[in-house]
Design a protein around this ligand. Structure first.
Ligand SMILES: Cc1cc2nc3c(=O)[nH]c(=O)nc-3n(C[C@H](O)[C@H](O)[C@H](O)COP(=O)(O)OP(=O)(O)OC[C@H]3O[C@@H](n4cnc5c(N)ncnc54)[C@H](O)[C@@H]3O)c2cc1C
Length: 586
């Protein structure tokens, strides 16, 4: 079973849910005509199916290896990378000034959904490279931009994100890597762990973005600076110079994404790796958030992508596998397990949440486009507020769902899902990392609750919920059942927001204990908004693609949105029990 991009739904969500039209109406995206958008999606779907998907299994069974000091990628990876470079794909969302296509972020998101679904271990490389380009484009000096961007934008050089150290994972304040000034550059030394695509031979140079501390830096997050540390130094004319003192010490052995090299990086084992400062000293973490926000949305997209892949696999298997006569089955002859009501329940559970995630993630990407490019300041501010609130939902909710859905994919296969033969098990293993890297689900929930809800007393969340309410009203006016159910869920969300703000004054541990359930609740509610938007467009349809939208919206309302009540109760009542734990944990 291979992968076929769900182009009909991708286009429907882009146009009807995420509001691609509003984005392409911005003067900066004048080039993004409907024809161009269409051909990019079609071409990207072909690359996903013909180039990347066939390599997914090979990446799993013959993953990246460190051989004689060099990282050997999986067979076929190099050729696939060349396809992306030759097509200029890496530059899709970047400014033409640096060699990019200047197209919307939301379109890039749709393209990357297909590639992540086809081959997540491979697509981590373009994902991180795009994040690195964003950081250099936003904060680099004119000289750094001229030196690094052209080849990073084409994908001739790739990029990495070097944050994590043995003592600094979720807590980046604990970073110890040192940067000592020396003339016009710095000497970097320290050890970074878990660095995705930290080394490989697919390209002639790798541009590491590294967090480190200057000798006089204040303690904590306010003393972290960001550096560019290339694998090979780059001469002023762009040619490659000496090998830098930044090497891959080893590769991790891991549960999934075997095709993605996860490197332990040793900086400055000899004289100190040469690096240049990005922006101002001690503002590194703030700059890195540019990469992290991009990466958080991109990892959330992996949750959707792996879920879609697992769904396609499960649906295919359920049609083929014959086992018993389904309850109530009146057809003649044997039929696939797809007609057992419980198998249908599992498949519908997968399908409706995939649609909700796609709406959420594409909408978040569209808000980023508007926040960066609209000429009206009020529109920019509103889009930024919503993008900021959506980002932890995209990352936290979609990756948790990716795991649940990949697990359901295994369940649909029965024993054939647990053994490796069908590929369902690989999706389950690959999905597992997505709730961990780029900040665990708890870190996303802390961002949503402690930073983005408590700091403004819940005002931002109310703006978001008012937007959801407008959709709920439209759905109710159209006579769609999801409308009234969504309105009730919004009331629960508001009650929980008020509770969080009040509880924080009583005991700061209470909102922290309720943060992950609140993130799930908000993910479900905003997901329901996406389903309702689609249903409003589909109202009245009686067959085909649009009628199916009405069915998945109903199913979502009854099977997913209905969880909001229970979550509301656990948030408001259950948090105290979490903190009364010492004996309970024994
Ligand atoms: C395959 C892979 C690829 C990776 N790629 C990269 C990369 O390219 N670049 C990079 O820099 N890093 C990378 N990472 C590192 C990754 O981002 C970290 O593993 C992640 O941030 C979690 O940090 P940790 O592993 O130290 O876990 P810890 O921080 O030790 O967390 C352990 C547990 O404690 C919880 N916890 C910790 N702090 C809090 C808190 N404040 N509130 C609530 N709960 C908390 C966590 O949620 C988690 O459940 C990668 C990791 C892996 C496994």
């Amino acid at each position: 079973m291979t992968y076929a991009a769900p182009l009909a739904d991708i286009k429907f969500v882009l146009e009807n849910v995420a509001g691609l039209g509003k984005v392409t109406a911005l003067p900066v995206f004048a080039e993004a005509t409907p024809d161009l958008v269409e051909s990019i999606l079609e071409e990207a779907a072909k690359i996903a199916a013909d180039t990347l998907a066939p390599l997914n299994r090979i990446g799993d069974t013959d993953g990246a290896k460190l051989v004689d000091g060099k990282v050997r990628v999986s067979p076929g990876w190099q050729e696939a990378w060349n396809v992306l470079v030759d097509g200029g794909w890496n530059g899709l969302p970047f400014s033409p000034e640096h060699g990019g296509m200047g197209l919307p972020n939301v379109l890039n998101t749709a393209v990357h959904e297909m590639w992540q679904a086809a081959n997540m271990a491979f697509t981590l490389c373009p994902m991180l490279t795009q994040g690195a380009v964003n950081a250099v484009e936003s904060y680099g000096t004119a000289e750094q931009k001229a030196l690094y961007l052209p080849k990073m934008v084409t994908g001739e050089w790739t990029g990495t994100m070097n944050l994590t150290e043995p003592g600094a994972g979720s807590d980046l304040a604990a970073i110890r890597t040192k940067a000592v000034p020396e003339g016009d550059h710095y000497r970097i030394s320290g050890s970074k762990i878990f660095i995705t695509y930290g080394d490989h031979e697919m390209v002639e140079n790798i541009i590491h973005l590294v967090l480190a501390r200057l000798p006089d830096a204040p303690a904590g997050v306010k003393g972290i600076s960001l550096f560019i540390v290339p694998k090979f130094l780059v001469n002023a004319d762009g040619s490659l110079g000496a090998r830098n003192d930044a090497v891959c010490a080893s590769l991790e052995h891991k549960l999934g994404i075997h095709g993605s090299p996860t490197a332990v990086m040793a900086f400055g084992e000899k004289d100190g790796a040469i690096g240049t400062l990005v922006g101002e000293a001690n503002r590194g973490l703030e700059y890195m958030f540019t990469m992290m926000n991009h990466a958080r949305q991109a990892v959330g997209l992996q949750g959707l992508a792996i879920a879609e892949r697992a769904y396609q696999q499960a649906l295919y298997y359920a049609r083929e596998r014959v086992q018993g006569k389904p309850t109530g089955w009146t057809g003649s002859g044997p039929t696939g397990i797809v007609n057992h009501p419980d198998v249908r329940r599992m498949l519908m559970t997968m399908k409706c949440q995939i649609e909700a995630m796609r709406g959420l993630i594409y909408s978040a990407a569209a808000y980023v486009d508007i926040a960066h490019n609209h000429d009206d300041a009020a529109e920019r501010a509103r889009a930024q507020l919503l993008a900021d609130l959506y980002t932890p939902l995209v990352k936290g909710w979609s990756t948790e769902l990716g795991n649940v859905i990949a697990s359901l994919g295994v369940q649909v296969h029965g024993g054939m899902g647990y053994v490796e033969e069908t590929g369902a098990a690989q999706h389950f293993r690959d999905a597992r990392i997505t709730t961990i890297y780029e900040g665990t689900t708890a870190i996303q929930a802390n961002d949503l609750v402690l930073r983005k809800t408590l700091r403004d007393g819940g005002q931002g969340i109310r703006v978001l919920l008012a937007d959801v309410a407008a959709t709920a009203d439209a759905a109710a006016a159209a006579g769609l059942a999801i409308g009234a159910k969504l309105k009730a869920a919004i009331n629960t969300a508001i009650a929980c927001t008020d509770w969080l703000v009040g509880a924080a004054k009583e005991d700061p541990r209470l909102p922290a204990g309720a943060a992950v359930p609140f993130l799930e609740l908000m993910g479900i509610v905003v997901g329901a908004q996406m389903m309702a938007k689609a249903a409003v467009v589909a109202q009245g349809a009686t067959d085909g693609f649009l009628a199916a939208k009405l069915v998945t919206a109903d199913f979502y309302a009854d099977h997913v949105l209905s969880k909001v009540d229970g979550l509301g109760q656990s948030i408001q009542a259950g948090s105290k029990a979490i903190m009364a734990l010492d004996e309970a944990l024994l």
